[in-house]
Design a protein around this ligand. Structure first.
Ligand code: G3H
Ligand code: 13P
Ligand code: ZN
Length: 326
């Protein structure tokens, strides 16, 4: 496909106004990752029903999995479906953890309204140089850019780290000024995946480093902050997975009250992937374990989709505070 597509042709918006409103209103915009039709349907339905602005988030792996051309039509279809439901919520399409200028450029050229360049594992100056290059191209197309300072532990394809390094508040002002970036992901103790903290059953995970967040806010007041690795790893889904033949041990996530607190601060975007994966998998396992003769994908993907709608509505309403804001 040689023709470039601007996101406005797909009915999408960038994140600028979403973040301004979230900052003023003391809530956070949900960014839900998706890879397939059922996940997308669930996100669009739940966010339309709860009147929440939403960021549809696609990793490099998800983009390869879904196929870029199909993804464009899926994003356009998401907007059409939302309108068909009588909704009028802003929808952004965002590249999650972009690892190169070329990937970010390709996403800008194929209908993404927002991109993340994650050069947080490079040196400070290299991070600035690469982020600035992406910002220059993206802004020329009215696409917003997220960058990251500090490193989260956990595995994402292409960008991964065994250990986390907290964001250094003394670096944020210079980084934001020199790059011209629109939002900044910081590391305050979250990590990717379902094993965020090493805790024994019944123990509470250590609190997030709100002191670092406060310091960051002081240095760049009013600037949109992003929280990655923000799944709560809800115990009921881990239990369901284990009950129906899975084995997930020592999983732990970020308690909801800490996310609520973050959402009221300068944190304007909260990333959630693992919670959706766990709920989806739990229901598929349950159906397949209970109905051994079932082989129609709609019969197990359908209930998984319904459960996803439920948890997304819950997050928008009771955790992020984004429900009713669109
Ligand atoms: O933070 C990363 C997201 O959970 C996406 O994960 O690279 O496995 O698609 P993925
Ligand atoms: P979780 O693994 O906690 O859902 O984090 C997702 C994320 O940060 C996507 O970028
Ligand atoms: Zn992430």
């Amino acid at each position: 496909m040689s023709k470039t597509t601007h996101y406005s042709e797909l009915g999408l918006v960038n994140t600028k106004e979403m973040f301004q409103k979230a900052m003023a209103g003391g809530y956070a915009i949900p960014a839900y990752n998706f890879n397939n039709m059922e996940q997308l349907q669930a996100i669009v339905r739940a966010c339309t029903e709860s009147r929440s602005p939403v960021i549809l988030q696609v990793s490099k792996g998800a983009r390869d999995y879904a196929n870029q051309t199909l993804l464009q039509y899926m994003a356009m279809g998401a907007v059409a479906m939302m309108r068909e439901m009588g909704g009028n919520i802003p929808i952004a399409l965002h590249l999650d953890h972009g690892d190169s200028y070329e990937l970010c450029k390709s996403c800008v050229d194929t209908g993404f309204s927002s991109v993340m360049i994650d050069a947080s594992h490079h040196s400070f100056d290299e991070n600035i140089a690469l982020t600035k290059k992406v910002v220059e191209y993206a802004h020329a197309h009215d696409v917003t850019v997220e960058a990251e300072l500090g490193v989260l532990a956990g595995i994402e394809d292409e960008v991964s780290s065994e250990v986390s390094h907290y964001t250094k508040p003394e670096e944020v002002e210079e980084f934001v000024k020199r790059t011209g970036v629109d939002s900044l992901a910081i590391s305050i103790g979250t990590s990717h995946g379902a094993y965020k903290f090493k805790v024994k059953p019944g123990e509470n995970p250590p609190p997030l480093r709100f002191d670092i967040l406060d310091e960051v806010e002081k240095r760049i007041p009013g600037f949109p902050i992003v929280l990655h690795g923000a799944s709560s790893v809800l115990p009921e889904y881990v239990a369901m997975i284990n009950q129906y033949g899975g084995r997930i041990e020592n999983a732990a996530g970020v308690p909801e009250e800490q996310l609520r607190r973050a959402a009221k601060s300068a944190v304007c975007k909260i990333n959630i992937d693992s919670d959706g994966r766990l709920a989806f998998t739990a229901l598929i396992r349950k159906v397949l374990a209970e109905k051994l003769d079932e082989f129609d994908p709609r019969k197990y993907l359908g209930p998984a989709r319904e459960e996803l709608v439920k948890i997304i509505r819950h997050k928008n309403e009771a955790v992020l505070g984004s429900a009713g804001r669109a």
